[in-house]
Ligand binder design. Structure first.
Ligand SMILES: [Zn+2]
Length: 180
């Protein structure tokens, strides 16, 4: 490791410790030539295994540029794209594997992209999941609709389940109740 101050070609490790996330190591170093100190962070190298079997280093910029294309014309800014790239990398690192199949990168992108922008998500998913027909889009949109419905509200129960409705006694949910 070259010294960042004087470019000396060697440095001495003073201290090594595992970072809080457990996924990297911080090393405190000192340059033997100018005596200045600096810190390096070592991370496991992530490599992506493509379908063809070709292996290449993980590149967060590549993830971001792919997502940026899907976000064209959408209200998504560079800060959000960078954050998404970080989330994707964190997700992949959290797997604890150094070799990641290319498919899993796509999967890791889909979740945060859906939260960011649903139209961009559909564009990305249509390429990634290889939609072949309008039905593929329709079922994906139906899924998005279901998921965007508010949670925590009991659906209206049709007449034939009247019995269940009358069994529902909200008083039982109040604190200090006595069990029967
Ligand atoms: Zn130096």
């Amino acid at each position: 490791m070259h010294c960042p101050y004087c470019r000396h070609t060697d440095s001495k490790v003073l201290d090594s410790r595992t970072a809080e996330d457990g996924c990297s190591i911080r090393r405190r170093r000192q340059c033997p030539s100018c005596s200045r100190r600096f810190t390096t962070i070592e991370q496991m190298q992530l490599v992506i295994v493509k379908r063809s079997g070709v292996v290449e280093p993980f590149n967060r910029d590549k993830v971001v540029s792919g997502v940026r294309k899907a976000c064209k014309g959408r209200p998504v800014d560079e800060v959000q794209l960078a954050r998404l790239g970080q989330v994707v990398e964190d997700t992949l690192r959290a797997c604890g594997q150094s070799e990641i199949p290319a498919d899993e990168v796509g999967v890791a992108i889909l979740g945060p992209l859906r939260e960011l922008d649903q139209v961009a998500y559909l564009r990305f998913a249509s390429v990634y999941k290889q939609y072949h027909s309008l039905e593929d889009f329709e079922s994906e949109i139906a899924m998005l609709r279901i998921e965007s419905e508010p949670l925590g509200i009991e659906p209206l129960i049709p007449d034939q389940f009247d019995n269940k409705v009358s069994n529902f006694t909200p008083h039982k949910l109040t604190p200090g109740r006595t069990e029967t």
